[in-house]
Ligand binder design. Structure first.
Ligand SMILES: [Zn+2]
Length: 387
């Protein structure tokens, strides 16, 4: 089998169907040289009927149920919007299907202006209400700073978890049972379950140790709140893009034409913090580059050749000086301090307090909950299984 050359001039085995190589966490290859992540995606396509008749029917039934359960309420579902391609396309899709969403935006104050403008333009034209939760920027920066000082990989996790918390809160406030997410495993792939992990206790613990100001307004997801929203309130998370024939490239064109929507240059790049994490932090400190997720998806969907994707993946990336300067300014770090921390040996989530043991202990309950669609299967696999 043909081997590929890495950035460090090592020959590695690469999946014959994508560009995941032998260094990806938990990777296995079959006799044909196809990786287990490609196999997992193929089995998801079968299960959800993605892009086929089965998927269409399943999604139609989901939308029918959402509308039925939402009768008499102001909104029938909650949708998280970031200004990125997937969530924007999702909003347009469900609007066409006659759903009555409330759009929710979590503003960690690091957003790019393009993203904010995209959200405003679209929602205005579709006459969809927007609920924005702006986090106190000093508090947010203090949490980011703690994670940076701790030297762990999950620098941006407080955004993801805070966002999830706000979605549940808003759903409860408006008595809505469905939270829709613009995730697509076809275009994003499945992130290896491997080394990254976060939960509310982790965020609290790291902030307690390294933070300077009190956590006041940040929406922290505690274990009890999580159980309350999923088990007691039975708020379901749905990912409609899992069922349909979805392409980011086509979606972008439709959005540009219909709403004057603008592209911000790449997956995860609509926010300055995620941009820093993906372009600087992961590659420099952890020697990992998650751009292989997206590039692999392009290869699987025959939008890009394997050679071309591998070339882009291994090409030296130019880091914008302005991005690092912005990071330093926001986190009040000197250049020297920054360099010292970046050079320090990475630390891992297992060295800090988390809910992981508790999730594992309650795993039989979460198993039933994932069967009832109250928590995603990916949650069950990542949080409740022993690794
Ligand atoms: Zn593969």
């Amino acid at each position: 089998m043909k081997k590929f050359l890495t950035k460090n001039s090592k020959l590695v085995q690469v999946c014959t169907n994508c560009i995941y190589d032998e260094n990806v966490d938990g990777i296995k290859f079959d006799i044909q040289g196809k990786c287990n992540y490609c196999a997992q995606i193929e089995s998801l396509i079968k299960e959800y009927g993605t892009g086929g008749k089965k998927g269409k029917l399943l999604l139609k039934e989901i939308f029918r149920k959402i509308k039925k359960d939402g009768r008499g309420k102001k909104y029938d579902c909650i949708v998280g919007v970031s200004g990125g391609t997937d969530s924007s396309y999702l909003i347009d899709l469900i609007h066409r299907e006659g759903l009555r969403p409330l759009a929710v935006h979590f503003d960690n104050t690091w957003n790019s202006e393009i993203a904010t403008m995209n959200i405003k333009k679209m929602l205005k034209s579709l006459k969809i209400d927007l609920y924005t939760k702006v986090i106190n920027s000093d508090e947010m920066d203090d949490i980011f700073r703690s994670f940076f000082l701790a030297g762990v990989a999950e620098l941006d996790s407080s955004t993801d978890l805070g966002y999830a918390t706000v979605l549940y809160k808003v759903a409860t406030k408006f008595n809505v049972k469905y939270v829709l997410e613009g995730h697509s495993f076809v275009t994003e792939g499945i992130t290896p379950l491997g080394t990254n992990y976060f939960d509310g206790k982790y965020i609290q613990g790291i902030h307690k140790k390294y933070g300077k100001i009190k956590m006041n307004s940040y929406p922290l997801m505690t274990f009890t709140k999580f159980l309350y929203w999923t088990l007691f309130k039975r708020i379901k998370k749905i990912r409609p893009l899992w069922y349909i024939d979805y392409s980011k490239e086509k979606a972008r064109k439709i959005l540009e034409k219909k709403f004057g929507w603008q592209y911000y240059g790449g997956h995860h790049l609509e926010n300055q913090m995620t941009k820093f994490v993906h372009l600087v932090y992961f590659p420099s400190k952890f020697n990992t580059d998650y751009s292989n997720n997206n590039l692999s998806a392009l290869v699987r969907n025959k939008i890009m050749s394997r050679d071309e994707a591998w070339r882009i993946y291994t090409k030296k990336k130019n880091v914008e000086k302005a991005l690092i300067d912005y990071f330093l300014k926001r986190l009040k770090l000197s250049k020297k301090e920054y360099q010292r921390i970046m050079k320090k040996k990475p630390r891992y989530w297992t060295e800090f307090p988390t809910y992981k043991k508790r999730f594992e202990y309650f795993s039989p309950i979460f198993f039933l909950m994932q069967k009832a669609n109250l928590v995603p299967k990916s949650f069950y696999l990542k949080y409740c299984k022993k690794n």
